[in-house]
Design a protein around this ligand. Structure first.
Ligand SMILES: Nc1nc2c(ncn2[C@@H]2O[C@H](COP(=O)(O)OP(=O)(O)OP(=O)(O)O)[C@@H](O)[C@H]2O)c(=O)[nH]1
Ligand SMILES: [K+]
Ligand SMILES: [Mg+2]
Length: 400
């Protein structure tokens, strides 16, 4: 029996089983069995990288965004509008068959946008080009789930389920469960919050299913069996997702209003060019990119050429900033001067661990270089509340 058949069989057994206190342990075990099989399913076939022909697109720019959605919701139309790269659009389904990259220039950063074939129910089990599409989505920083505003709301749930089945968790944070496998000592089960979904016995059973007999488990919140399985599997990817409802030109205003009020959602029309600027702003915000401008001593920073950092990709500390400029720079740094919202006063003397904010300005002071003392003077005299540098910059140049 193939893996998919095995999953189907267990799903059928779960559907047959009544949900109550007595069956709780059995159902938990079945969930773990399915999770194990799904992980097996994700392993790329031997001798391939998993992406497949037409899907191996080189990463480019400061971040990557994937367009995911049912066929003919307008993904390719949107890519063409936002990037200027042409991607074939037509009224028939499965017009797009490969991954088509385009570039969005926004806020002095470059974002790679990927158009993908439409996916359908069963994508996680390999229907259509589901597996390739999912592999590409996992490689991106955020997902834009494109939906047809005139079609069933159920599409969003179906797609979310398909992505969950392959280990993607949209707009969720990792469960607050500490888990560590041990060599000996048995299972130690602890909790710092009252649990209503999982008890010690259920936890043991799930671990047993994974053949884990020595481990430390600490629940820091009222997590579920699914959360526990996610932590044990350890291969989940937590991603931001913006729900993009396209084609609002063919929907009544009341329905548009309802969709627009849902969390993480934005309503657009490619045909009428409606709201595309708000979509870009939302996308950019969700990516959490941090632009840092370098200021050479005695000169103004170049505000058109930021170093772009990200908390999700590599981090946003002064050290990350230095490593971005040059790998060997960190060891020469004495301290840095920082202007911007991360600084308590201008300029603030900061060490390598200081966390930078978007639009901060940084001047590096190297170990052997003599500091002229100007920084310290300003440290005392300047107590203005930090503001975005780009706003301040228009009024007065930065000294140092
Ligand atoms: N009414 C309306 N139609 C749109 C809009 N955007 C795209 N379309 C139409 O929707 C159809 C499908 O567009 P595509 O861009 O090919 O959709 P897709 O999601 O890339 O489709 P596949 O590649 O087949 O998955 C085309 O006929 C578009 O002209 C819109 O804002 N409003
Ligand atoms: K289409
Ligand atoms: Mg398309």
């Amino acid at each position: 029996m193939g893996i998919i058949e095995k999953i189907k069989e267990i799903e059928a057994e779960m559907a047959r089983t009544q949900k109550n206190k007595a069956t709780e342990y059995h159902l938990g075990q079945l969930k773990a069995k399915i999770a194990k099989l799904r992980t097996q399913l994700l392993e790329p076939p031997k001798g391939t990288s998993g992406a497949g022909e037409g899907f191996e697109v080189t990463k480019f720019g400061h971040g990557r965004v994937a367009l995911i959605g049912f066929p003919s919701v307008g993904k390719s139309t949107l890519l063409t509008m936002l990037t200027g790269t042409h991607s074939e659009a037509a009224s028939y389904e499965f017009t797009t068959l490969t991954c088509i990259p385009g570039i969005i220039h926004y806020n002095d950063t470059k974002i790679q946008l990927l158009d993908l074939p439409g996916i359908i129910e069963g994508a996680s089990e390999g229907k259509g080009r589901g597996r390739q599409v999912i592999a590409v989505s996992k490689s991106s920083d955020i997902v834009l789930m494109v939906l047809d505003a005139s079609k069933s709301e159920g599409h969003r749930q179906i797609l979310t389920k398909e992505l969950e089945a392959v280990g993607l968790r949209l707009n969720k944070r990792p469960p607050q469960i500490y888990f560590k496998k041990k060599k000996t000592g048995g299972i130690s089960f602890n909790t710092t919050a009252p649990l209503t979904h999982v008890d010690e016995k259920l936890c043991y059973q799930i671990l047993h299913e994974y053949k884990i007999h020595n481990a430390e488990v600490l629940f820091r919140e009222d997590a579920t069996v699914d959360d526990l399985i996610d932590i044990i599997e350890g291969n989940r990817k937590y991603m931001k997702c913006v729900y993009v409802y396209n084609k609002i030109d063919v929907v009544g205003i009341d329905d548009v209003d309802k969709l627009a009020r849902q969390p993480n959602s934005i309503v657009i029309s490619c045909n009428l060019k409606l709201n595309l600027d708000r979509l870009l702003a939302k996308m950019w915000d969700e990516m959490g990119l941090v632009r840092v401008y370098t200021k050479p001593q005695g000169q103004q920073p170049d505000f058109s050429d930021p170093v772009v950092l990200s908390a999700d990709r590599g981090g946003c500390t002064v050290e990350d900033f230095c490593n971005h400029i040059h790998r060997s720079l960190v060891k020469d740094v004495k301290y840095v001067l920082v202007w911007g919202t991360s600084a308590r006063h201008y300029p603030q003397h900061c060490g390598l661990a200081h966390v930078l904010h978007d639009e901060d300005v940084v001047q590096i002071v190297k170990k052997k270089e003599k500091n002229d003392g100007e920084g310290r003077g300003r440290f005392k005299s300047h107590s203005t509340a930090p503001a975005r540098i780009s706003d301040r910059q228009k009024k007065a140049p930065l000294k140092n």
